[in-house]
Ligand binder design. Structure first.
Ligand SMILES: NC(=O)C1=CN([C@@H]2O[C@H](COP(=O)(O)OP(=O)(O)OC[C@H]3O[C@@H](n4cnc5c(N)ncnc54)[C@H](OP(=O)(O)O)[C@@H]3O)[C@@H](O)[C@H]2O)C=CC1
Ligand SMILES: O=C1OC[C@@H](O)[C@H](O)[C@H]1O
Length: 420
């Protein structure tokens, strides 16, 4: 088991097999010499025969040159605009501070580039509506625009969802919980995540994941925010922001049909033993389903009630586990005559051969590589796994973020003044 995990980590995150590149490979340009691009795109691209990382642009050319040298990227541009004007580039990866996503995604689609856009897609719902409903995206042969919710593309997450939604043993969702923690000290005090003016904050950053998880688990929009609270540890820096960005957020939601969802996102987690030390918590989702009636015979009624927990949906390639517990009950005249539990534990590092989707994948594929395959499938107009994050979904995600900030009594992240 340990050897298999080490192999997945080594091949997935450090040294994937190098795929020979096809002549019609998609040529990507990177906007910004970001920290995340090597994990999220540069390394996965090495394993994909239809993707070439062809160019990088940074605000400072010497920084872009050093990055290009380190990651073996042939073309360097002195500005993001120059990269968008490069006719040899087909697609761009936007891993800029959240507050710049809207402007550069809009500029990129206007330059007819496909866009892999980091999460959160925009600063708020107003921007998201303008971007994802833009006429440029409705034109024939419009570019592809994807909010990079990478974890959704991994078979482990899809398996978890199917156990909640598709299984004959599962009733409707009653309650869901999703958490995401980063240890205190992981991000320095000048990190973009703490900048309100750049649309930072725990909900915008790590919090987008549990919120997105809840929205998929509930399969309904969490239209009512019952409570939401931000935590502020860092003082705001005068002159850089007109309000601080939160270090943590908790929220509770309710859907129209009455299901509830709870979110915890902490970007600066303290140890529960000693507050001054960093703390750790696995990414986790837990779901409780309503009891499901399985029918009656001979005066006895049978029912089942399921709970399901997914551990580490964010980096499932490293390790993950899906725990399902079905509590069966037999009743006679409304009285319980027998009850028993059936637990099972599942893993899905690649698609099951029985899945029926015409999809590929290896155990060492990261969420980012699964995502990249679907992005390429979309650009090439091919059927893939069927997993996608469409623009309306991205808008609803930003609406849920806005509602949470409003309930917490915090300002929405600032709207860009950029216009095409
Ligand atoms: N999918 C995932 O797993 C992850 C996604 N992300 C997302 O990716 C995005 C970038 O995050 P991350 O790579 O950690 O961030 P970094 O700080 O490493 O990179 C951000 C880039 O933005 C550019 N930039 C442009 N304007 C500014 C500015 N005013 N201040 C600071 N940087 C600026 C810089 O590019 P230049 O080189 O031009 O100076 C920098 O390289 C965020 O949206 C974040 O949410 C982050 C981590 C993980
Ligand atoms: O998307 C993300 O995943 C990894 C984290 O380090 C980061 O803060 C976040 O943006």
């Amino acid at each position: 088991m340990v050897f298999a995990a080490l192999h997945r980590i080594y091949a997935g995150f450090f040294n994937p097999p190098q795929a020979p590149k096809r002549d019609d490979a998609i040529r990507f340009g990177l906007l910004g010499a970001s920290n995340i691009a090597p994990i999220a795109l540069i390394t996965p691209a090495r394993a994909h025969s239809e993707v070439i990382i062809a160019a990088v642009a940074a605000r400072d050319r010497s920084r872009a040159e050093a990055y290009a040298k380190k990651h073996d990227i042939p073309i360097v541009h002195s500005s993001y605009e120059d990269l968008l004007n490069d006719p040899t580039i087909d697609a761009v990866y936007i891993a800029l501070p959240n507050g710049l996503h809207f402007e550069w995604a809009l500029r990129a689609i206007n330059a007819h580039k496909h866009v892999l856009l980091e999460k959160p897609s925009c600063s708020n719902a107003q921007e998201a509506k303008t971007l994802f409903n833009h006429p440029l995206l409705k034109a024939p042969n419009a570019p592809v625009l994807l909010e990079a919710f990478h974890y959704r593309f991994h078979p482990a997450w899809q398996t978890f969802l199917s156990l909640i939604h598709d299984n004959t043993m599962a009733g409707p969702v009653k309650d869901a919980f999703a958490q995401q923690y980063a240890p205190k000290g992981m991000f320095s005090n000048d990190d973009i995540r703490w900048r309100y003016d750049l649309s930072g904050g725990a909900l915008m950053d790590f919090g987008t994941y549990p919120l997105s998880c809840l929205r998929q688990i509930l399969r309904e929009e969490p239209t009512e925010v019952l409570q939401a609270q931000g935590r502020f540890d860092l003082p705001s820096k005068p002159g850089t922001q007109d309000q601080p960005a939160e270090q943590a957020m908790t929220a509770t939601y309710k859907t129209e049909s009455g299901a509830t969802g709870h979110l915890v996102a902490d970007l600066a987690t303290s140890s529960s033993w000693i507050k001054a030390l960093p703390g750790f918590g696995w990414p986790k989702c837990k779901v409780e389903l309503e009891e499901k009636d399985l029918g009656s015979s001979d005066g006895e009624t049978r029912s089942v009630k399921r709970t399901a927990t997914m551990w580490n949906h964010l980096m499932p390639t490293v390790y993950h586990r899906i725990d399902v517990e079905d509590t069966h009950t037999i009743r006679r005249d409304g009285k319980v005559v027998k009850t028993w539990k059936e637990p099972q534990s599942l893993k899905a590092y690649s698609w099951s051969p029985e899945d029926g989707r015409r999809v590929t994948g290896e155990d060492w594929w990261t969420t980012y590589l699964y995502q990249l395959h679907e992005f390429v499938n979309k650009v090439k107009k091919r059927d893939g796994s069927g997993v996608w994050v469409d623009g309306q979904d991205s808008i609803k995600q930003m609406e849920a973020i806005d509602r949470t900030y409003e309930k917490a009594g915090m300002k929405l992240r600032p709207t860009s003044t950029f216009k095409l």
